[in-house]
Ligand binder design. Structure first.
Ligand SMILES: [Zn+2]
Ligand SMILES: [Zn+2]
Ligand SMILES: [Zn+2]
Length: 259
């Protein structure tokens, strides 16, 4: 299995429009961040997209994505879903309806906000000019080829949302607290990709010190942090993190073997 970090930024991205801070002006490409998303590829060619970020089209072109078997939504904040219109490119390439999985309430909200994406396929002579997605709410683990996909309920401030586990890798973006019932779902991880917004307190996201504490408790072999604001300078954070923890960046490819 391989996971690609499509976007490692928070809702504004880095650089932030109009900002002249050192990170926004940085020449380090690892400080250039699109909105948070990952692409999961299984051993048998499975292709799962987690969230359709505001920057989805750009991310798909950058990484050479040419197929999406299914989308998994974490939640419906704009930075995680507003690229959904570009799913029509994959509908057209694959000539099929694409399923979207998520929490029942998340999918209800997605269908309300993007109602035109969840209808019937257009007649063939019109082509796939709009996205054609099928909402599939789920609460328990499902098998997708070689991948076992387990939803991990977490608290993003007052919003209950999903993180996801794929075999021995977990992706938890946008989280402030992991409820007790979810900790057992995070045992024996090879790789953890975790929210780490900024140094200062935030009501709905883990600060750097909180993210390190959560990562220590989970104890994955390798932890990669993500969803950074422009407060985070890649090199500075990389130097300060404990062994086994590292900042992620756009385009980072993480290979994971075994289940
Ligand atoms: Zn800035
Ligand atoms: Zn959010
Ligand atoms: Zn977010």
């Amino acid at each position: 299995m391989e996971v690609v970090i499509l976007g490692s930024g928070s809702s504004a991205g880095t650089p932030v429009i109009g900002c002249t801070c050192a990170v926004c002006r940085s020449g380090d490409p690892r400080n250039h961040r699109t909105r948070a998303s990952i692409w999961v590829r299984g051993e048998e060619g499975e292709s799962l997209l987690v969230d359709t970020s505001t920057d989805m089209r750009h991310q798909a072109l950058r990484e050479g994505m040419d197929r999406v078997d299914a989308v998994l939504l974490t939640h419906t904040h704009a930075d995680h879903i507003n690229g959904i219109d570009d799913m029509r490119a994959f509908n057209g390439l694959q000539e099929q309806v694409i399923p979207v999985y998520g929490r029942p309430a998340t999918l209800e909200e997605a269908e309300k906000r993007f109602h035109y994406c969840f209808g019937d396929p257009p007649p063939p002579e019109k082509g796939w000019y709009i996205p054609v997605l099928e909402a599939r709410p789920f609460t328990d683990a499902l098998e997708w080829g070689s991948l076992t996909v387990t939803p991990i309920p977490v608290e993003h401030g007052r919003w209950p949302i999903y993180g996801y586990r794929f075999n021995n890798l977990a992706y938890i973006t946008d989280v402030k607290r992991i409820p007790e019932a979810s900790w057992p779902l995070l045992e024996d991880l090879d790789v953890l990709i975790l929210d780490c917004l900024r140094y200062r307190e935030h009501p709905t996201h883990l600060r750097v010190d909180e993210a390190v504490a959560v990562a220590e408790r989970i104890g994955a072999r390798r932890t990669v942090f993500t969803h950074f604001t422009h407060e985070i300078d890649f090199a500075r954070l990389a130097d300060a993190l404990p062994e086994g923890m590292e900042p992620g960046h756009d385009g980072l490819r993480i290979a994971v073997s075994g289940r």
